[in-house]
Ligand binder design. Sequence first.
Ligand SMILES: [Zn+2]
Ligand SMILES: [Zn+2]
Length: 170
Amino acid sequence: MPDSLTIELRSVAEAAIERSDRLTAVATLGTGGEFVFVEPPTVSFVAQSSASGGIQVRGELDARIRLTCRRCLAENEESFVVPLEFRLEPGLEPGVEDEGVFALRPDGDVVDIGPIVREELSLAMPEFPECREDCRGLCPICGVNLNEATCECGSSEPDPRWEMLRKLRV
Ligand SMILES: [Zn+2]
Ligand SMILES: [Zn+2]
């Protein structure tokens, strides 16, 4: 299993490269521990040199990721298919990188597209993961999971003493 997403410059200059790799995710994409992969993700792509001396990459990343619901904290697994379509251009100044166009910065005779793929994956992640759209979350008072049980916190009668005060203030 490859643990990096590198493209050999010499071979891509000769002919298009087609690859489909099942990755050792932690080494390649999960450096910060921000993704919890249920199984090694697969990256398939075709890389070919462009007329400008750059590299055009097209493919997709398939990943199954464990997410924690922000409302009820339940863990659930979701599949993501992240399209990859970008170009690496030589001599591109940092800062002029555009959506889908990155500077080609070779490391010796290879270029590592791992950081770009990782970035694309982060962008595909939901900002606010939810186990389901109508997740009821946890009761803020007693902590019970309101998807599975009900509690008395929200429905309890108002304290009669406060009720008195409220009447006085009206
Ligand atoms: Zn939930
Ligand atoms: Zn409660």
